[in-house]
Design a protein around this ligand. Structure first.
Ligand SMILES: [Mg+2]
Length: 326
């Protein structure tokens, strides 16, 4: 972004403070590439996610929220493989350098980065339609890491947190003619704008879970990916899908909970030997509810069982970024 004082000054002003003190950063933001001392006894986990204005977030999102969100969605991917986050690279594209916007954006990014000890170690700034992209790096030590491909018939399907909040929050934000800054609507909009990566849950279940994925496109769509990768099927108990009080109070439906994206909860499969009590205790310790929502089966396909015990096939249609040419 070679305008208004130059890219180097802009990076110094807004992003140097994000290179948190962290062991192993031998060369961070400001040089051509970062030099990181990587633990020799683990596996490096790497992921990248780009958010484009009007596609992945409303153009009127507060910049602080976008700073949080772009890091959170990447940390969520690290959570899904059971990794501990360590470093991030950030690319920011803006129509023009906007000091006030960057100030707020970097503040939101920093708050989340500090909470998880993530050091920003490099990136890029450029001109263009607003978009932000993060590459996150972390590691899994002394374990294989979680993956999508290990679900087995008989495993329980579990999710962290509650489902559908972000999808209902997006509707409330977009259609707002009333209050979205307090009460239940604010809670749901907050779930959309400031998702909480379930890093502790991913790490806690690293040795137990047979598969994991983070729910970015909706439970049905993301679970379908696990089933396909694992060569199995599943039946979900529809009444069991965890829904927040705010979601229920603000008109959230089963469709939001099943197909709504952006919650960034984890969906994990656990062997049948794992007991509900054990998971309840873990949920209390993590301060994140863990709910069993179904069972993996040998028969391919995704099914839903309603409160009357009727089972029907579920379309795995979630939010697909490339559906309909969008
Ligand atoms: Mg993911």
């Amino acid at each position: 972004m070679p305008v208004g004082g130059g890219e180097a000054a802009l990076i110094r002003r807004h992003f140097h403070a994000l290179t948190a003190q962290r062991d192993g950063v031998e060369l961070g933001v400001g040089d051509d590439a970062a030099l990181l001392d990587v633990a020799a006894d683990g596996r490096l986990a790497a992921c990248c996610d780009t958010l484009v204005a009007g596609v992945h977030f409303p153009a009127d999102i507060p910049p602080e929220a976008l700073g949080h969100r772009v890091l959170a969605v990447n940390l969520s991917d690290l959570a899904a493989v059971g990794a501990r986050p360590a470093w991030a690279l950030l690319s920011v594209t803006l129509p023009e350098p906007d000091r006030a916007w960057l100030e707020r954006f970097s503040a939101g990014f920093k708050t989340l980065a500090d909470r998880y000890g993530v050091a920003l170690v490099g990136g890029d700034t450029t001109h263009g339609p607003t978009a932000v992209s993060v590459t996150a790096l972390g590691w899994v030590s002394d374990a294989m890491g979680l993956r999508r491909s290990g679900a087995r018939p008989g495993d329980g399907i579990w999710v962290t947190g509650t489902l559908g909040d972000a999808a209902r929050g997006l509707e409330l934000w977009q259609g707002r003619d009333g209050d979205t800054v307090s009460g239940d609507p604010a809670y749901l909009v907050g779930r959309l704008f400031r998702p909480e990566p379930r890093l502790a849950a991913g790490q806690a279940l690293l040795d137990t879970a047979t598969s994991a994925i983070d729910i970015s496109d909706g439970l049905a769509a993301d679970l379908a990916r696990v089933l396909e990768e694992s060569g199995v099927g599943a039946t979900l108990s529809l009444p069991a899908l965890p829904r927040s009080p705010a979601f229920l109070a603000e008109g959230g439906t089963l469709r939001h909970a099943l197909y709504g994206g952006d919650d960034y909860e984890l969906c994990l499969t656990l062997p049948p030997s794992v007991e509900a009590e054990e998971m309840a205790r873990l949920g209390e310790r993590l301060m994140t509810p863990l709910t069993r929502v179904g069972t993996v089966e040998a028969t391919p396909g995704l099914r839903g069982e309603d409160a009357d015990g009727a089972v029907s096939a579920l379309e795995p249609e979630g939010y697909d970024h490339f559906a309909g040419g969008a």
